[in-house]
Design a protein around this ligand. Structure first.
Ligand code: ATP
Ligand code: MG
Length: 531
């Protein structure tokens, strides 16, 4: 595979060992990381281009850094390492994955120039450590505190994350939903962490993104069984979570059942029906009027006769529920899974004021409202979109917006976007560099300069003139206007707070941490050993 004409297999194998050995191994590592970084740059920011990733299984349209890297299937270990960095950023904070890759590439570019001027790698690793410490100090100084009651700021941060996505024109729909979901789950007595697993995203193809909605309650992605007139709506629902089959047991594989005449057959069928009827009566006697039944792998989880009886008893039935959904349903509805009919009792049932099936074109979901027995709070977002690719990208983008909200809850500070923060940090670092002498100052400046890659790329992708714009932004900053950046949507320089382009401090800090660590890691590698 080649990226920007850099072959990912440039090493020469030593004939004596399995070591991949080359005098230029470090150079090629740097070029590969830089090549990957450059390839990803075009997807950065609001004017970033989308990538179509084609694999054997599917086609994917995205501009999400981590998703592109994941699907690029890099072969070279250094490219894989860079992918791991993007992946770590994604799992740690959920946004800023493209920034990490771009900044890593820029720091490596600066390192390469310094190495060519004769500065040793160990010295550079040392500088990177100081660079990171100073950057974090500057970030804390320029960060803007945010109050969770300031819903405008939260909305704007979510919108900034969605700005760069395919679905950016729907940020007025998705950003408020992200803010609402996180604030709904946030409980100040339970610390600052929000488990995003408690936000269930159900994707339904059909309709438009504008029809995406917040479900005040819990929704599950299954239909109700309607044959024999089974109910699809229950008021004052008592919900049983059934893990046992409602069908006659299978005969032992080894045994043979000989039926000699019709009378015997009738008797057998009658007994089978009696068994089913007694099971259903027992269920009914507990007050249960909604059954959620787990899929059985050994035999039919329910037979036609049982479906008929439950319908007659006006018990709503949802069958074949995946095992992996059971623990969520149990926690969200507050019902205990019931493993056999003997232990089926009313204390194991969950209670909801209203349970109803809703249709989206040919697809259905069951919605539970007014749950009185829940153990934890859950949110369901019903994502809608006209086609599968857009729906999947909507899910990824909405996840980014949720991560931004979660980051703000964890650390309640924001930084300016549109390159303003990077320019301010870069200038402050250069200021710090002036306190050093000789070569030290030179190295520090080179690293500080590498941050300009962020506004540079934002401008470049938007078709604006990067060098001129960056020097104008710098002038503003040197005159004390530290929040000036570029709004590439409007093509103007402005105060990024007023332009509503803001991001969480936590994500910015993580971008610096991860990219500096990656650059330092690469500086230490002098051999790749294949096993
Ligand atoms: N209107 C805007 N004008 C200028 N810059 C913007 C605007 N909106 C967002 N940005 C900037 O875009 C950058 C984010 O772009 P993007 O979301 O593509 O990258 P990322 O967050 O690093 O990666 P990913 O979202 O793929 O994980 C941030 O630097 C942000 O400040
Ligand atoms: Mg982003």
């Amino acid at each position: 595979m080649t990226i920007n004409n850099v072959s990912l297999k440039t090493e020469v194998k030593s004939p004596l060992s399995k070591e991949i050995f080359s005098q230029n191994i470090q150079l090629s590592n740097f070029l590969i990381a830089k090549g990957v970084s450059d390839a990803i740059r075009t997807s950065f920011g609001p004017h970033g281009m989308d990538k179509v990733v084609v694999s054997d299984k599917e086609i994917l349209i995205t501009n999400d850094g981590a998703t592109i890297m994941k699907n690029a299937n890099f072969e070279h270990p250094i490219a894989k390492l860079l992918f791991n960095v993007a992946e770590s950023q994604d799992s740690e904070v959920g946004d800023g994955t493209t920034s990490v890759v771009i900044l890593s590439g820029s720091l490596l570019g600066a390192s390469l120039n310094l190495i060519r001027r004769g500065i040793s790698q160990s010295k550079l690793i040392q500088f990177l450590g100081v660079f990171l410490d100073e950057t974090k100090k500057i970030l804390i100084k320029i960060a803007i505190p945010v109050n969770l009651k300031n819903s405008n700021a939260l909305y704007n941060a979510a919108c900034t994350a969605l700005e760069s996505k395919v679905i950016s024109s729907y940020c007025h729909i998705l950003a408020p939903l992200a803010v609402k979901s996180i604030l709904y789950l946030f409980d100040k007595n339970q610390g600052s962490n929000i488990d995003l697993k408690r936000i269930r995203l159900i994707k339904k193809k059909g309709g438009t993104i504008e029809q995406t909605e917040f479900i005040d309650g819990v929704a599950i992605d299954y239909p109700a069984i309607k044959s024999y007139g089974g109910p699809t709506k229950i008021i004052r629902a008592k919900i049983g979570l059934v893990q046992f089959p409602l069908s006659s047991p299978n005969t032992d594989l080894e045994s043979v059942l000989v039926i000699e005449n019709y009378a015997h057959m009738d008797k057998l069928l009658k007994e089978e029906k009696q068994l089913i009827i007694s099971l259903c009566r027992k269920i009914k006697s507990t007050g249960c009027n909604v059954i959620l039944q787990q899929k059985s792998i050994l035999r039919d989880s329910i037979n036609e006769f049982a479906i008929q009886i439950l319908s007659q008893m006006k018990i709503m039935l949802v069958k074949d529920i995946d095992r992996k959904d059971f623990s969520f349903i149990s926690e969200a509805l507050g019902c205990s899974p019931i493993v056999d009919i003997e232990t089926f009792s009313s204390d194991k049932l969950g209670f909801a004021n209203h349970v109803e099936e809703r249709s989206f074109n040919a697809q259905k979901v069951i919605i539970f409202k007014g749950i009185q027995t829940r153990k934890s709070k859950f949110v369901t977002i019903l994502l809608r979109s006209s086609n599968k690719h857009l729906l999947e990208e909507t899910e990824r983008s909405f996840h980014d917006a949720l991560c931004v909200m979660r980051s703000i809850i964890r650390r309640r500070f924001l930084v300016t976007g549109g390159g303003a923060m990077e320019i301010e940090v870069s200038l402050s670092l250069k200021q710090y560099g002036k306190t050093l002498t000789g070569i030290n100052s030179y190295c520090f400046n080179a690293f500080a300069h590498s941050l300009e890659i962020i506004p540079y790329t934002l401008c470049e992708n938007a078709g604006l003139e990067p060098i001129e714009i960056i020097s104008r932004i710098k002038r503003y900053h040197l005159n004390g206007k530290k929040t000036i950046g570029i709004n590439t949507r409007r093509g103007i320089l402005g105060n990024m707070i007023k332009e509503n382009i803001i991001s969480p401090l936590l994500i910015a800090t993580s971008i610096f941490n991860m990219s500096v660590e990656f650059a330092a890691q690469l500086l230490k590698i002098d051999k790749i050993i294949e096993i």
